[in-house]
Write a protein that binds this ligand. Structure first.
Ligand code: RB5
Length: 140
């Protein structure tokens, strides 16, 4: 898959772990930054990644800030984006199976690297179930 990824200064350390994982899993990565711990504004990076998912040919997006909350709020302003903030495996799986989430948001200050890696693996590997869930996501 083509995956766009972006973060702010609160998520840059976790992004540095996730990018190589995406490569190992065979995905094409479009990294929109940021790339340092210097303070930046998360909505800028949410917009860059969501634009790539909406009309830039990327299949999915991953956004990381300190809590994941700001990124998920900003991402869900775009009508074509279904962003899910996930900090454990069940919601990571269900956000794909029931909600066809196309953007995963993570909080770099909330979860450790081991859990974050498992969440990303699960989220990328889980298919949308369709059926009644398709009707529901088409209602918003
Ligand atoms: C930045 O300090 C922090 O507010 C941001 O990373 C994020 O947690 C916002 O939701």
């Amino acid at each position: 898959m083509k995956i766009a990824i972006g973060c702010d200064h609160g998520g840059v350390d976790l992004k540095r772990l996730i990018v190589p994982l995406l490569g190992e899993l065979g995905h094409e990565i479009n990294d929109q930054g940021c790339n340092s711990n210097e303070s930046v504004d998360y909505p800028d990076f949410a917009r860059l990644v969501c634009t790539l998912v909406e009309k830039g040919g990327c299949d999915r997006g991953i956004l990381i800030c300190g809590t994941g909350i700001g990124m998920s709020m900003a991402a869900n302003r775009s009508s074509a984006i279904r962003a899910a903030l996930c900090h454990e495996l069940f919601t990571a799986k269900m956000s794909r199976e029931h909600n066809d989430a196309n953007v995963l948001c993570l909080g770099g200050r909330v979860i450790g690297p081991g859990l974050a890696i498992e969440i990303v693996r699960t989220w990328l590997a889980t298919e949308f179930a369709g059926g009644r869930h398709l009707k529901r996501i088409n209602m918003f």
